[in-house]
Design a protein around this ligand. Structure first.
Ligand SMILES: [Zn+2]
Length: 460
């Protein structure tokens, strides 16, 4: 391992320069004007992987943007690691808020600034350079390795499921590593072991066929805005518990060990609250803020419209009202089941005199890692060796639906080993990558490959 680690130290600055070259390609997947840039971007990565002596490098076209696949079969009979990343990036507006242009990556304050430096080109590059460090020193990788880098993550990974199905044989592996998440804080190596899922519904309450005069008709027919407000108010009780029958039935409770681990994290609640601007932290009784965000489901009204909102007064009974309602789901809640439970409940609590329609807009499944699998111990050790600090298990309140897609398609444990920082501005102006994290990330990957290569495979 000595020569591999020494190589990473020796070539530290060149690695960053090469990442800068890649970041210069504006691979914005949501903008049709950049379609050719996504192809150029994929080719740039594929060329680099070919230079690293991969046994196979292929660009997989999709109906959207292309994915890059590469494979190194250096450990015959040994385990195979599949690494997932994405090469597309978020849009950059508002452009005038960037201190330096998003596609002219610059170094300031020991950080690299630019679109995609951490989400996710920098994190893919960490693996590319870890591969290079082995290939250019000892001549081979200690584990069989496959890399899939898609080009549509920022637009919902529309064609990923198809790729996972059509290329199932190519993508077969013993474990999966996704590097597209953040660490809990500076210098705290973190493995994300849980993600919340999502259910998004639109509720429409109809009353009269047109807005009515509130003097001639008011008091004689139901008011859809009043009705919808009453329905929303009946979603929770005063302690913050969701009142939908069966809502919590499939929620997997936190174990005592996990509650203890969460309580032990260096979480500054005051700082967190200040960052929100809200006057107080509020949520389900009996749970800490981190537990509420990471491991408890929510039901929120994201918006409500209806009736008259213009200047002055207009005396009407509105014809209809609508609301957008979303749930953050936790293991083992599934969007289809919750769609029915929430929809039925809203119809049940609707007052007489209105018609209620509930429409499914979109959903994603939650993920919980099988942390008793030996790969988690290996990853913890690898991460800690590189960063010189204990590795913590964290969860993420947001949803990354493709993780569950990959985990379900492969049936293998999915390591979420990310090297970002919580305040890295991914998706916002002035995205940055901590260059120390990038450097230590390459070492973490190197330790991970080395240790995974030694893991005994389960008997077939
Ligand atoms: Zn990402």
């Amino acid at each position: 391992m000595e020569p591999v680690l020494a190589y990473i130290d020796q070539h530290r600055d060149r690695f960053v320069r090469e990442l800068q070259d890649w970041v210069k390609i504006p691979s914005i997947s949501s903008d049709p004007e950049h379609k050719a840039d996504l192809v150029k971007n994929a080719e740039h990565l594929a060329a680099e992987l070919r230079r690293l002596g991969a046994d196979r490098v292929e660009i997989w076209p999709t109906e959207g943007h292309p994915a890059v696949f590469a494979e190194w079969k250096h450990a015959p009979g040994g385990p195979t690691l599949l690494i997932y990343g994405h090469h597309d990036v978020q849009p950059v507006d508002p452009l005038d808020l960037w201190v330096t242009p998003p596609f002219e990556p610059a170094i300031r304050e020991k950080r690299l600034w630019g679109r995609g430096v951490v989400d996710d080109k920098g994190q893919v590059h960490i693996h590319v350079k870890a591969i290079e460090a082995f290939v250019k020193t000892v001549g081979k990788l200690p584990v069989n390795l496959k890399l899939i880098v898609e080009g549509e993550e920022e637009v919902g990974s529309e064609h990923l499921e198809g790729l996972l199905r059509d290329k199932a044989k190519d993508l077969e592996a013993d474990f999966v590593c996704v590097s597209d998440t953040s660490m809990f804080g500076r210098g705290i190596p973190s493995l994300c072991v849980g993600l919340r899922g999502l259910l998004y519904l639109e509720v429409r309450v109809d009353g009269p066929s047109t807005d009515l005069h509130s003097g001639s008709f008011g008091g004689g027919v139901a008011n859809p805005v009043n009705a919808l407000a009453r329905m929303i108010a009946r979603l929770h009780d005063d302690s913050g518990q969701v009142l939908v029958p069966g809502f919590y039935d499939k929620v997997r409770p936190l174990s005592a060990v996990e509650r203890q681990e969460i309580a032990g994290l260096p979480f500054d609640e005051k700082e967190w609250l200040d960052s929100t601007g809200a006057p107080a932290a509020v949520g389900e009784a009996g749970y800490s803020t981190l537990e509420r965000i990471w491991a408890r489901p929510t039901l929120d009204c994201c918006g409500i419209t209806g009736g008259f909102g213009g200047a002055g007064a207009k005396t009407i009974i509105p014809a209809f009202a609508t609301a957008k309602v979303s749930c953050r789901l936790v293991p083992d809640q599934e969007p289809e089941v919750l769609e029915k439970l929430v929809g039925d409940y809203l119809k049940k609590v609707a007052p007489v005199g209105v018609r209620v329609t509930v429409t499914y807009l979109h959903g994603g499944r939650p993920y919980l890692a099988p942390t008793d699998h030996p790969v988690y111990d290996v990853a913890k050790r690898a991460f800690s060796k590189a960063f010189g600090a204990p590795t913590v298990f964290i969860r993420e309140g947001g949803s990354i639906p493709f993780v569950r897609t990959i985990a379900d398609a492969t049936g293998k444990p999915c390591l979420l080993m990310g090297f970002g920082q919580p305040d890295e501005n991914s998706h916002a102006p002035n995205e940055w990558l901590d260059l120390e994290n990038y450097h230590l990330g390459i070492k973490s990957a190197v330790y991970l490959y080395e240790e995974l290569g030694k893991l005994p495979l389960p008997k077939p």
